[in-house]
Structure formats: structure tokens, C-alpha cells
Ligand binder design. Structure first.
Ligand SMILES: Nc1ncnc2c1ncn2[C@@H]1O[C@H](COP(=O)(O)OP(=O)(O)OP(=O)(O)O)[C@@H](O)[C@H]1O
Ligand SMILES: [Mg+2]
Length: 276
């Protein structure tokens, strides 16, 4: 019998280990933004922005209001297309060629500031809804989850610390618990990168501490990007911090290194009202 070489023998292990649609992270990088510019009526919200994320890292993004943080997330998630520049998921997947809904499934999940859970459904049903994909809610509820899907729902509920409340309507949850549920709804879609915009706004101190634990627990398996103004929270979770200003990276490094960077100090001082 003829022995037909399989793909790995032809192209080598590195590429063959990739199943279609999987990012090539052989260089350790899960996301590349290169010279990304996006203008609104001539105003550059992003201005030749360069950013790379290591696969499995937790990155904090800080920067004054209007720095371009949310616009950057819009570009990564395919919500807006830049005027110029490149956005790659791994070395091989050009995100600019993908639609927002394609990026949302398995590639990049994004949590907006306001939780958008379905209050009349139970905690578990909220997870089930996103796990089963883009169908009408009634169709999802009529459909029976498979055993594997039920296991996945339990796994997500355990991760977000809401397993005990699984049969409760989501409407009774506290603000913080709703935020975790929404993170769970994103996790159910199995994103490789999770973007969270101001996760702790409005949370109690204890909820904030648990959110820090939750986000840190996801690291490794996923890459987590946290945009947050609350520096106490950033201090709890920070590894590498990127400071955005006027649509570009102003500084990057450990929290203490960026906080002592004169350019960063100047930008933040510019924000505070000054009487002289
Ligand atoms: N749809 C839009 N039309 C016009 N200008 C916009 C639009 N969206 C954002 N901008 C401008 O782009 C700049 C970057 O906004 P962006 O929302 O990305 O900032 P940010 O860093 O997320 O700020 P914040 O910390 O306040 O959330 C701001 O000057 C903003 O006014
Ligand atoms: Mg913003």
C-alpha cells in the first residue's frame, strides 16, 4: 500500500499542529497591531498604534479619557475597520478580513462596561444561551443541551463563582455578580483573547477583589486585556501595563516603571484641574 505523507510530514510540525482557524503563536504572540490609524472626521483616534500581546498574558491598558482605548477594542473586535495598518491574530490570521461575529466566536470576546444579561432567565440559561450560539432565545430554551454542553455550563459557572446560584433568575444578582455572569457568557464562546472594558466600575471592594481573582485565574489559557481607570484595581492585577495617549502607545512596562515615567506623569497631570 502506498504511504501518503500526511500534512505534518509535508509542511513540518509547526504549521501542521494548527487546525484551520487556529492562530499560529509559535513566536509567542497572539495579537499584533501594526501602525493602526483610525480617524473620525480627520481626528486620529488611533494614530499609528503598535501593540503586541503575548499569548496567555494579562495586559492592563490605561490612559486618559479619549486616549483611544475603546476605539482600539473596536478595531480588534472588528466593530470598526481602521483607515490603515494591520491587525493579526497569531501570525497567520488577518483580523481585518473577518467580520465582527466571526471574531467573537473563538477569537476575541469583549465585555462592555454595562452588563447585558437576560434578567428573566436563570444564571445557567444565560450561559446556555451564548453556548448554543446565535439562535433566538426561545429556540435555545426549547433545544436540549447535550451532556457535554451541560458540563461546559457547569465549568463556566464554577469559574465565575456562580454555580450555587445557577437556578436563580439573573435579575436577582448583584451588579458585581452580573458582571461575572457576563464574563461567563463570553467564556462560553471560548475566546482566546478576552477584552474587558472597565470591569470594576460600580463594584464593592469585595467584588473588586473577586474580579481580580477571576481575571487572574483565566490567564495562561487565555489572554486577558483589561482597560481600567481604577488604579487600585490595576495595582492588584498588573503585570505589563500599556499607557495609551492620543491614539498611540506612550509607555509600556511594569506598573511602577510606567508610573514613574515623566511622559506619563505629564499626561496624567494634564488631566487634573490645576489652579496655577
Ligand atoms: N464615533 C465617534 N465619532 C467621533 N469621534 C469619536 C467616536 N468615537 C470615539 N471618538 C473620539 O476618539 C477619541 C478616542 O475615544 P475612545 O472612546 O477610544 O477613548 P477612551 O480611551 O476609550 O476614553 P475613555 O477612557 O473615556 O473611555 C476621543 O477623542 C473620542 O471623542
Ligand atoms: Mg473607553
Amino acid at each position: 500500500m502506498l504511504s501518503v505523507p500526511n500534512e505534518s510530514e509535508i509542511i513540518g510540525d509547526r504549521v501542521a499542529n494548527l487546525t484551520p482557524g487556529q492562530p499560529d503563536v509559535s513566536h509567542g504572540t497572539i495579537l499584533y497591531l501594526e501602525d493602526v490609524t483610525l480617524s473620525f472626521d480627520g481626528f486620529k483616534a488611533l494614530n499609528k498604534l503598535n501593540l503586541t500581546l503575548d499569548d496567555g498574558e494579562l495586559r492592563c491598558i490605561i490612559g486618559p479619557n479619549g486616549a483611544g482605548k475603546s476605539t482600539m477594542m473596536d478595531v480588534i473586535t472588528g466593530r470598526r475597520k481602521p483607515d490603515s495598518g494591520q491587525v493579526f491574530f497569531g501570525q497567520n490570521i488577518d483580523l481585518l478580513k473577518h467580520q465582527e461575529h466571526e471574531i467573537a466566536r473563538g477569537m476575541v470576546g469583549r465585555k462592555f462596561q454595562r452588563p447585558t444579561v437576560f434578567e428573566a432567565l436563570t444564571v445557567a440559561e444565560n450561559i446556555e444561551l451564548t453556548l448554543l450560539g446565535p439562535r433566538a432565545p426561545w429556540a435555545v430554551l426549547k433545544a436540549r443541551s447535550t451532556a457535554a454542553e451541560r458540563d461546559r455550563i457547569d465549568e463556566v459557572l464554577t469559574t465565575i463563582g456562580l454555580i450555587q446560584l445557577r437556578h436563580q433568575p439573573a435579575g436577582i444578582l448583584s451588579h458585581g455578580q452580573k458582571q461575572w455572569l457576563e464574563i461567563g457568557m463570553l467564556l462560553a464562546q471560548n475566546p482566546r483573547i478576552l477584552l474587558v472594558d472597565e470591569p470594576v466600575a460600580g463594584m464593592t471592594g469585595e467584588e473588586m477583589a473577586r474580579t481580580a481573582e477571576l481575571l487572574v485565574s483565566l490567564v495562561g489559557e487565555r489572554t486577558v486585556v483589561v482597560v481600567e481607570h481604577d488604579m487600585a484595581f490595576v495595582r492588584k492585577i498588573a503585570r505589563t501595563v500599556t499607557v495609551l495617549h492620543q491614539g498611540s502607545v506612550l509607555a509600556e512596562g511594569s506598573l511602577s516603571s510606567v508610573q514613574s515615567n515623566p511622559k506619563v506623569i505629564e499626561v496624567y497631570l494634564g488631566e487634573t484641574p490645576c489652579s496655577h
